[in-house]
Design a protein around this ligand. Structure first.
Ligand SMILES: [Zn+2]
Ligand SMILES: [Zn+2]
Length: 95
């Protein structure tokens, strides 16, 4: 099978890599909601959250900290391309 290396969108659980975190395997979590700016100034608001398609929320494999990265920095990561132990791309642990 041959996926194109770049996709317009990802689904939760996809393995991805980001130019923001070179050498680290990531999970795609979700497309975050765009910030309308109201909560930042403490204002009640009823804005419908729009997905911020320019951004993506990812976590590093083996970690649970959510990172917001530019969606355009993401590319598909093959299961075989990273270490399931430490989450590093190109790790020499093998197997
Ligand atoms: Zn708002
Ligand atoms: Zn490793």
């Amino acid at each position: 099978m041959s996926w194109p290396n770049v996709r317009a969108s990802f689904v939760r659980g996809d393995h991805v890599r980001s130019s923001t975190f070179p050498g680290v395997a990531l999970w795609f979590v979700e497309t975050p909601a765009a910030d309308c700016g109201h909560s930042a100034i403490g204002e009640y608001c009823e804005c419908e959250p729009e997905p911020d398609t320019d951004a993506a929320v990812v976590v590093m494999v083996g970690d649970d900290v959510r990172h917001r990265v530019p969606a355009g920095s993401l590319t598909v990561l093959d299961e075989d391309d990273f270490c399931g132990g430490c989450g590093q791309i190109g790790c020499g642990h093998g197997g």
